[in-house]
Design a protein around this ligand. Structure first.
Ligand code: NOJ
Length: 668
């Protein structure tokens, strides 16, 4: 293994590194330093250039001196791994986990001689590091007030970010600014260097710890800002040694599009702990959902109630007729009649008592007979204690009625849970894990909304199959700002989507919304189809109403055909906020699917089909914007054309303003 990297930059290194490590192909490197006062820091290089300048490591603790200086290096052990593992479901079947590792053991030279380990894993496409608190008599109960980790970028890079702790969890439009202007933000935050390298800063394996936000400062400096336990309690994390922190991660690529297939955070999570997970099946679903957001029916009981036995049967029939596996039903249970979204309102929710007009016995029988299953819904109103007190009964109920998946929700006003603790703090992180665990015991998959960001836990717990954790399509129905602008879905593939699958709920065919006259969906219909490929999720909703699909059986065919589980993914191009094109090969067939979309600008794209299997012939069915399509003025105009294609052919696409295209490539 190359330990001392040959390209170590000569620029402004104040100290000699105490240890260095480079990635297997020597593209990424890290130097570790100890200052004369024994303060640890690190620096990252990419292809011979400084990427992250000297950045601090350590902690401020409650009732203890800071764990940030006075250290000596006790040992620096290297190891390596090159292993390919298989995802039970995913955007890529086989993932290579190839890194060099450096495990540093630090020990204070005076006082109680506390120990702190730091482990770096260096990949050719990024780096992860975490702290480990070894078992020791002088440091057992640890209360972290501040994590001192810095990520000091070599220059004031351009960043795409959403604000952290700003009152609406993760549901913001992305903003672009220099790092120095971004303030407190969520991760992943994606950056572009002046010479066109792309970096995504995030974390991996977030367990029993608080979420890491980061704060930008002058010159491109970034520091970790842990979400505190509550407003009145500065402590962020309470742990007991031995313990490890989540990995702090930097994914590094030469193009924005390559970030899409960077699997570093997944690699840094532990392998599957659930054993046989063949019961977790990627699926497409429909449901009583969009009609609620359109205010055609209601979650609350009474004459407008959506989750009635008759209405659910209508969706079950539709699902069975068109090959959808699941039917989501929201508003089926007790608790929706008050102001459930206000603090404490969620205490009214009961997770095993249906409303009288929702005959769960009959519906589960009917669904089973039709070969579909009901997807349960647990809106908690962020009243965690109320939910936790019912978890056993709630999941017994789901299992008893054959519900193979549940959508959870934590709607709240502000950043605090009903118990006053912060939504993304350690308490909530542990709650989310308890739900994943109990769901796994009942063989139920979880699709979590308003939950904490994804940090790759699906590798370890494959039943956490999707999350929302960004502005989804629902904003188009009611958001006072007019909904998601056309560039939103040209940004999230390079930002939010780097964290994991998203339950975006695409598929709107009626794009002007008569029941919501102030809003409309800001895409063309063809772009809605493109989203099924662009926004990865193993569960994809066809979110519109059955009657809207029935008006467009030809376009609906794409949603029926498109796969949700993939053998491989190939980014075909993209620029953040401008456009993106992605091809994915289905896992269960030789068919490929392509999604391409643009922001508010019309765009011509030529896609080279050099990823297709050589020697095979395909029928390409292209769903594209009509000649005068426009996301605002003429969103519903689309055309479908068919041609025969093979490896190496090219396809030209004309994307309308706010438009897109979807292609199914069916192997002959
Ligand atoms: C917010 C979720 O994102 C949405 O999908 C759901 O319909 C509502 N909460 C009600 O639970």
């Amino acid at each position: 293994m190359v330990l001392i990297a040959s390209w170590i930059s000569t620029s402004a290194i104040a100290q000699t590194p105490v240890a260095s490590l480079s990635s297997p192909a020597n593209t990424v490197g890290v130097n570790i330093y100890l200052s004369p006062a024994g303060e640890p820091s690190y620096k990252i290089f990419y292809k011979g250039k400084d990427l992250v300048m000297n950045s601090r490591l350590g902690f401020e603790l409650k009732n203890q001196p800071a764990l940030s200086g006075g250290f000596k290096l006790v040992s620096a052990k290297t190891s390596k791994l090159d292993q390919t593992w298989e995802q039970p479901w995913g955007e890529e079947q086989f993932i290579r986990n190839h890194y060099n590792q450096l495990h540093l053991a630090l020990r204070e030279t005076s006082g109680s001689q506390r120990k702190l380990d730091v482990v770096f894993r260096v990949y050719d496409d990024g780096i992860g590091f975490r702290y480990e608190f070894p078992q020791q008599s002088t440091l057992s109960s640890i209360e972290i007030v501040r994590e001192l980790t810095e990520f000091n970028m070599a220059a004031d890079y351009t960043a795409w970010w959403t604000p952290g702790q700003a009152g609406n969890q993760y549901e913001y439009l992305y903003q672009q600014s220099p790092v120095s202007k971004m303030g407190l933000v969520h991760t992943p935050v994606t950056m572009k260097t002046t010479d066109g390298t792309f970096i995504a800063l995030h974390e991996a394996a977030l367990h029993n710890y608080s979420t890491m936000n980061v704060t930008g400062a002058a010159g491109g400096k970034i520091s970790a800002t842990l979400v505190p336990i509550s407003k009145n309690m500065p402590t962020a994390v309470k742990i007991q040694a031995p313990a490890v922190t989540p990995w702090r991660t930097l994914q590094i690529e030469d193009s924005a599009a390559d970030l899409i297939t960077n699997y570093l955070t997944l690699n840094l999570n532990e392998p599957n702990k659930l054993g046989d997970v063949s019961w977790i099946k990627p699926a497409k679903y429909v449901g009583i959902w969009w009609e609620l957001h359109l205010e055609k029916t209601s979650w609350k009981s009474g004459p407008t109630h959506g989750a009635t036995t008759a209405n659910t049967k209508k969706y079950i029939d539709f699902a069975a007729k068109h090959g959808f596996a699941g039917v989501l039903v929201e508003g089926w249970n007790k608790g929706w009649d008050g102001e459930w979204w206000l603090p404490g309102g969620g205490n009214a929710f009961n997770f095993y008592t249906p409303t009288p007009d929702f005959d769960v016995e009959e519906l589960s029988r009917y669904a089973k007979q039709k070969g579909v299953y009901i997807i349960g819904h647990h809106e908690t109103g962020a009243a965690i204690e109320n939910y936790e007190s019912q978890l056993d009964d709630a999941f017994d109920f789901l299992q008893r009625y054959g519900m193979k998946a549940v959508k959870t929700g934590y709607v709240e006003t502000g950043e605090e849970l009903v118990n006053g603790l912060y939504h993304h703090g350690q308490f909530y992180v542990n709650h989310a894990q308890r739900v994943i665990d109990i769901a796994a015991q009942h063989k139920i998959a979880v699709v979590a909304h308003e939950t904490v960001k994804d940090t790759g836990e699906r590798r370890t717990y494959p039943n956490i199959i999707s999350r929302e954790v960004a502005r989804g399509q629902e904003y188009d129905a009611w958001s006072a700002d007019g909904g998601n602008p056309p560039n939103h879905t040209a940004i999230i593939p390079f930002t939010r989507m780097l964290s994991g699958p998203m339950d975006f709920t695409p598929g709107a065919f009626e794009l002007t919304l008569p029941s919501r006259p102030k809003n409309q969906v800001n895409t063309t219909l063809a772009k809605q189809l493109a989203l099924y490929v662009v926004i990865y999720s193993p569960v994809q909703m066809a979110s519109d109403l059955p009657e809207h699909y029935e008006q467009h059986p030809d376009a609906f065919q794409f949603i029926k055909d498109v796969a949700v589980d993939w053998q491989t993914t190939k980014p075909l191009g993209g620029e953040i906020g401008e456009y993106v094109a992605i091809a994915r090969k289905a896992r269960a067939s030789d068919n490929w699917f392509i999604g391409a979309l643009t922001n508010e600008k019309a765009r011509n794209l030529t896609l080279k089909l050099d990823f297709l299997d050589a020697g095979k012939k395909y029928t390409a069915r292209i769903y594209q914007d009509g000649k005068n399509a426009h996301y605002a003025k003429n969103p519903g105009s689309y055309e479908i054309r068919e041609l025969d294609v093979a490896h190496g052919d090219e396809v030209s696409l004309q994307l309308a303003p706010g438009g897109g295209a979807a292609i199914s490539l069916i192997a002959k």
